[in-house]
Design a protein around this ligand. Structure first.
Ligand code: FAD
Length: 443
């Protein structure tokens, strides 16, 4: 009935559906919510952000900024919605969570050749299909994915990912908190300081607090970039002070840096909700309130969302995928994976893999050769990483300079170096689009 079926209306699915529609195809976008909800999603909206409301840094001096610029250039609906729903967050691009997802839902649902079908899909369709069911894929679809990934032998993987709690700003004791971004760059964050004694008592409580049970058959494998705060604390009494509670560059009103500090970042457009930055956690909900209220400014805080932790599925891309996001085990030209399950990590990286899957699918359907995205671009680098990374110990990958081909000359200054990567990436993308004008569907 549709030219393409896209399964999963998350960041990757929405990006893919939008792009395929722009290329002139009819798309069925299947989303199981609200009929069935993953343990982390809360709404029926497409493109819901399950944890932080930050999409990362947004300058040309950061690798995440390179990816954002490429997505903007390619007309990404996720970026368009993020730009329209921005909230203050220093140099990061953070969004009003609900406004972002609502905007994205409206954008995609209003396209005449996209039909949003609200139901759970339990097997892989036999026609052209992009699977974008996300890291929380469960049940029969998880089994179907495991089958195309080739079963048990290190091809179908998981780690644990956690989300941070959110509090209302009215319930934060501002007499014990102060505003300021690190190194004096603005006023966007609310900082909750702790003295040495308060910190040590908090640390003791955190490492001994009770955690939510996990299924017994699941080993706790964490992703280093998103460790639960209690797990970081267990590594040593000071590890938090070098991580999410780092006080450096955050002097208080008296001009002195506190012993430790918890930062709160705005989570909605009105500025009523704030999340605890880097405080993703798997503590039991009652324990979260007990322990986090030991932070003086949060003594009477109202926790409107508790932290949660979930199994995060992905495939071992270098073994499972063909370099164009197609699972080798399926022996099909018209079945692509997209999003976090491909082995990338992060909201925009997931959206980017939706965009690439759609681009490849479009070429298959038009009988064109599959394009080779230049490795100098963030998109090309992510794809190259999925193709060429060592399969042993493969972990999902954020965009970072390490996955780009090195520059020809050595540049010491990190920001200048990154800016050079940025310019090279956008030039390479423009050259690619000049050679493949049919893929330039922005605007
Ligand atoms: P999703 O956005 O999860 O979309 C998948 C969609 O498919 C969902 O809407 C789901 O309801 C639907 N679906 C699933 N199965 C079916 C089915 N069988 N039939 C129909 N529909 C189905 N990344 C960050 O950058 N920052 C973070 O703070 C962050 N926190 C995370 C916290 C947790 C708990 C998890 C699990 C991941 C987190 N990630 C984070 C990683 C990742 O960026 C997000 O999970 C991102 O949403 C992945 O995008 P996606 O499109 O692949 O999947």
């Amino acid at each position: 009935r549709f030219d393409v079926e896209v399964i999963g209306g998350g960041l990757a699915g929405v990006e893919a559906a939008f792009r395929l529609a722009r290329m002139g195809f009819s798309v069925g976008l299947y989303e199981m919510r609200p009929e069935r909800r993953s343990p982390a999603h809360r709404t029926h909206l497409l493109g819901e952000l399950v944890c932080s409301n930050s999409l990362g840094a947004d300058q040309e001096t950061s690798p995440a900024g390179i990816l954002k610029a490429e997505l903007r250039r390619l007309g990404s609906p996720v970026m368009a919605s993020a730009d329209r729903n921005r909230v203050p967050a220093g140099r990061a691009l953070a969004v009003d969570r609900e406004g972002f997802a609502r905007d994205l839902t409206d954008m995609v649902s209003s396209l005449p050749n996209v039909t949003v079908v609200r139901r759970e899909v339990t097997s892989i369709p036999t026609g052209p299909c992009i699977l974008a069911t996300g890291p929380l894929t469960e049940g029969e679809m998880a089994e179907a994915l495991r089958a195309v990934a080739g079963g048990e032998d290190g091809r179908f993987l998981y780690f644990y990912d956690a989300a941070s709690p959110i509090v209302t700003i009215d319930s934060v004791d501002m007499s014990r908190a102060y505003r300021g971004s690190r190194y004096g760059q603005g006023e966007d964050y609310v900082n909750c300081p702790l003295t040495r004694e308060e910190y040590l008592a908090f640390w003791e409580a955190l490492v001994s607090a009770r955690q939510a049970p996990r299924h017994q058959f699941e080993e706790p494998r964490f992703f280093e970039g998103c460790l639960p705060v209690e797990e970081i604390a267990r590594r040593g009494v000071d590890t938090l002070r070098f991580g999410p509670m780092r006080p450096v560059g955050l002097p208080g009103p008296d001009g002195r840096e506190p012993y430790a500090v918890v930062q709160l970042r705005q989570d909605d457009r009105e500025g009523r909700l704030y999340n605890l930055v880097g405080f993703q956690t798997n503590l039991l909900w009652g324990e979260q309130e007990r322990v986090f209220r030991m932070i003086p400014a949060l003594r009477d805080a109202e926790f409107v969302r508790k932290g949660v932790m979930h199994r995060n599925l992905y495939v071992c891309a270098p073994k499972v995928l063909d370099g164009y996001l197609r699972p080798l085990g399926a022996h099909r030209r018209d079945l692509f994976l997209a999003g976090q399950i491909t082995g990338v990590e992060g909201y925009l990286e997931s959206a980017a893999m939706g965009l690439c899957a759609a681009m490849f699918m479009g070429c298959v359907l038009k009988g064109l050769e599959l394009p080779h995205l230049p490795p100098e671009t963030a998109l090309g680098s992510l794809l190259r990483h999925l193709r060429e990374a060592r399969p042993e110990g493969f972990q999902p990958m954020n965009v970072n300079l390490g996955i780009f081909p090195p520059l020809e000359e050595r540049i010491r200054d990190r920001r200048e170096r990154c800016a050079r990567y940025f310019r090279r990436a956008l030039e390479a993308l423009e050259a690619f689009l000049r050679e493949n004008p049919h893929l330039d569907t922005a605007g």
